[in-house]
Design a protein around this ligand. Structure first.
Ligand code: NAD
Length: 731
């Protein structure tokens, strides 16, 4: 069974249907491109065929290219992967250009066969680039469908003509959110933006496309850029209006990406250079920049972490082989900030929720978070009042533990206090002894908390990040006695609520917090040393961290930092390194608690808007005359995190480097361009990493000591994915 099949009807329309039987959504493979090419040749060469409709056998059109193809090509063309990738890209252009020209006479532009795309639903990546090469795009009126080019999100850009066609169709400015931000639209919005041409009722999709194909004239199927005198909407670079756009776009992209994403820059170059030349040359330019990006290690690392491995983890790559553990009824204990969010995402996934707090007002307040969320959705036309009622109807806000009867999973999110948690654990067990019990603790060891339970095998950590509805990562923590059913339950729950799980073992701060705390500490430590705070913050952003360490401290609050510092010191004793505490405690004593007090390392206005770094900091911690160079600051900030990740792997907290990389990007925004801490170390190479650690240790202290594992890998010139990637390949 091939992925594309063709049927020619009595009216002379050849309908090509895309249906990858082994997948729930179509993805383009190398083989299927060859099949499609052959069908197009067949239809164009068949005198009985008047026109072609390309559609899908599923309720969506396509999810995009199978990005594993890129790795396969690299392997095949080991000696010159750029050649293989460029050839592959150009072959794609040739096929799509054949569709676009549809057999017409190149001089008279007559005699071509109309080709329409009929999209029943979601059309992403090449799933939109293929339609963009057709002469008319019809989409079913399916509000859930997403149409767009999200390639930039995984470190590449649309390289099957989507970049060149969209810019020529819409103009650079209108196309920029779609290309540079990967913005996806529903069909109605895609039509009003000018990406697609028609939105019709689902049952009329095929007939409308067929009717158009049969009635289209020669003129209807000539793309504007193939006509004489074509002018790019909004102007090409040397047009007065276009000039402004292109100059502005460059500044905007560099401002937004801080220059660390090669794909965004390459995309801009492809658009700018392509705009100066005829269409076919522009496609070649697009292919060259596309190849250039694919040859950058950042793009392979991003694709690996953000596409291939993220999906593998979501599909349960590390799930124990036990029966389906889908959650039917969840009990959420503690209706504060986290509990309210967990109740919301569970109800949105259709799961029945019992939301318990000590007082009814608190439980109700937790439920009202869902009501507010739905109201926002209604005002943005993303939800309906009926949907709101249905979601709210799933949440029972109460103080009565008896309501937990029938729950198969409990998520506890009460105060971060061992005693309070133990009391709640006992109450829950009395009310519903068979449920898997999960704690959302961010700092307390799971194995310790499990002692309050009489069923440690079914006790687990499910660590959400704040705000729950926005943060995509969920860290699942196995206590020493946690059994496979609890792990599977947690993983199936995370899958239901459509987030990405990592599964780690129980050590201080688990994985994400373990790595992010040293980042914050290193930043604060530099303040004490007299490093210019703006240098610290900008160095972090210029290496791809979403927030500088000082801003992050303000966001998470200084008092939380103080609390964690005290608790860690108490637990670690003499081994605790308190270099950052002086600054932190001083800020706390000054009452500068961060964003929540409208004062922290940054100054804020009355409305809470950040105004810039607080100038009072320099009075207490004067800026040194001599400042470190940018790279030194960046390396201190990055190594502080990645060395923790390596130690987590060494100690068995992490069992799979894929989880280490995906978790870092989704959990705390670790420089996504790098693909994660392990990918970053692979990019710079273990020998250089170890050498750099030695230098940092000599200059700044023992915390940068090269972990034994990294030293060994440096000596053997091994890479993390080379050494530990086996598990990933097997999945
Ligand atoms: P919160 O203070 O906003 O909410 C805690 C809620 O628990 C309150 O509504 C409180 O009334 C309720 N509660 C306290 N004792 C109770 C009891 N005996 N029975 C029933 N309800 C009780 O706190 P939060 O920020 O939602 O954090 C909750 C848990 O999640 C903590 O363990 C925290 O460490 C963890 N966590 C927090 C974050 C975060 O960013 N805030 C992130 C990850 C994990």
């Amino acid at each position: 069974m091939t992925d594309f099949t063709m049927e020619k009807d009595a009216d002379g329309v050849a309908v090509i249907t895309w249906d990858v039987k082994s997948k729930s959504m179509n993805v383009m493979s190398r083989d299927s491109m060859v099949v499609l090419d052959g069908l197009i040749d067949d239809a164009l060469g068949d005198a009985a065929v008047k026109g072609i409709v390309i559609t899908s056998g599923k309720d969506s059109f396509a999810g995009g290219m199978d990005l594993n193809v890129l790795g396969t090509i690299r392997e095949e063309y080991k000696d010159n992967p750029a050649e293989g990738l460029f050839e592959f890209t150009m072959n794609g252009h040739k096929m799509l250009r054949k569709i676009e020209r549809a057999g017409m006479d190149p001089k008279t532009l007559k005699g071509g066969k109309p080709i329409a795309a009929a999209l029943p639903g979601t059309a992403l990546g090449i799933g939109l680039e293929l339609p963009l090469a057709c002469h008319r795009i019809f989409a079913a009126d399916n509000p859930k469908a997403k149409i767009g080019l999200p390639e930039i999100m995984v470190g590449i850009f649309p390289g099957a003509g989507g970049t060149t066609r969209l810019v020529r169709k819409m103009g650079a400015i209108a196309a920029s959110p779609l290309l540079l931000e990967g913005k996806l639209n529903n069909p109605a919005k895609a039509k009003s933006a000018g990406v697609i041409d028609e939105v019709v009722a689902a049952e009329e999709l095929l007939s409308s496309a067929k009717a158009w194909v049969l009635n289209a004239t020669d003129a209807d199927i000539v793309k504007p850029w193939d006509q004489k005198g074509y002018k790019m909407p909004g102007g090409a670079p040397y047009h007065p209006a276009g000039f402004m756009n292109f100059v502005g776009a460059s500044a905007m992209v560099n401002g937004k990406t801080m220059g660390v994403y090669p794909a965004a820059k390459a995309l801009l170059s492809a658009v700018y250079e392509g705009a100066l030349v005829p269409f076919d040359t522009a496609l070649q330019i697009e292919a060259r920049w596309f190849t250039h990006v694919l040859m950058n290690p950042s793009s392979s690392a991003m694709i690996r972490s953000l596409f291939i491995n993220k999906e593998a983890l979501e599909k349960g790559a590390n799930r124990p082989a036990v029966d389906d553990q889908k959650v039917k009824k969840v009990g959420v204990i503690g209706a504060g900030m986290m509990g309210a969010g967990i109740a919301l995402v569970s109800a949105l996934a259709g799961i029945q929720v019992v939301l318990i707090d000590a007082k009814q007002e608190a439980a109700d307040k937790g439920k009202s978070y869902t009501a507010d969320y739905m109201d926002k959705g209604i005002s943005r036309k993303k939800a309906t009042p009926e949907k709101k009622e249905a979601v709210l109807g799933l949440i029972n806000a109460t103080t009565d533990y008896a309501a937990l009867a029938g729950c198969d999973l409990i998520v506890e999110a009460v105060f971060e206090d061992v005693g309070v948690k133990a009391e709640v654990t006992a109450k829950v067990q009395a009310a519903c002894p068979d449920a898997v019990f999960a704690t959302n603790t961010s700092t307390l060891p799971i194995t310790e908390l499990a002692k309050a339970s009489n069923d440690a095998e079914n006790f687990i950590g499910i660590h959400f990040f704040s705000p729950v509805d926005k943060m995509m990562l969920v860290e699942i923590i196995k206590g020493q006695k946690t059994g496979p059913v609890a792990v599977a339950k947690a993983l199936d729950f995370v899958r239901q609520i459509r987030k990405t799980p990592i599964v780690v073992n129980d050590e201080r701060f688990f994985y994400a917090n373990r790595c992010i705390i040293p980042y914050i500490n290193e930043g604060i430590r530099m303040v004490k040393e007299g490093v210019e705070p703006a240098l610290i913050e900008n160095a972090a952003k210029l290496v791809g961290m979403p927030l500088g360490p000082l801003q992050l401290t303000d966001e998470t609050s200084i008092d939380l930092g103080v609390k964690i510092a005290k608790a860690t010191k108490a637990a670690m004793g003499d081994a605790y390194d308190d270099a950052q505490d002086e600054v932190l405690f001083w800020m706390f004593d000054e009452g500068r608690l961060g964003r929540k007090s409208n004062s922290g390392f940054y100054a804020y206005d009355d409305k809470g808007k950040r105004q810039g770094l607080w100038d009072g900091l320099a009075a207490k911690y004067p800026v040194a005359d001599e400042q470190p160079d940018l790279t030194t600051v960046q390396h201190r900030l990055l190594f502080a995190q990645v060395l923790e990740a390596v130690r987590a792997l060494e100690e068995g907290v992490l069992e799979d480097i894929r989880e280490g990389d995906v978790g870092a990007i989704l959990g705390w925004g670790f420089a996504p361009w790098s693909g994660g801490p392990f990918s970053w170390l692979d990019i710079i190479g273990a020998p250089y990493a170890a050498e750099r650690c030695d230098q940092l240790t000599a200059e700044f202290g023992e915390r940068f000591t090269t972990p034994a594992l990294l030293r060994e890998m440096a000596d053997k010139t091994q890479s993390f994915y080379g050494r530990f990637g086996k598990k990933a390949d097997a999945a």
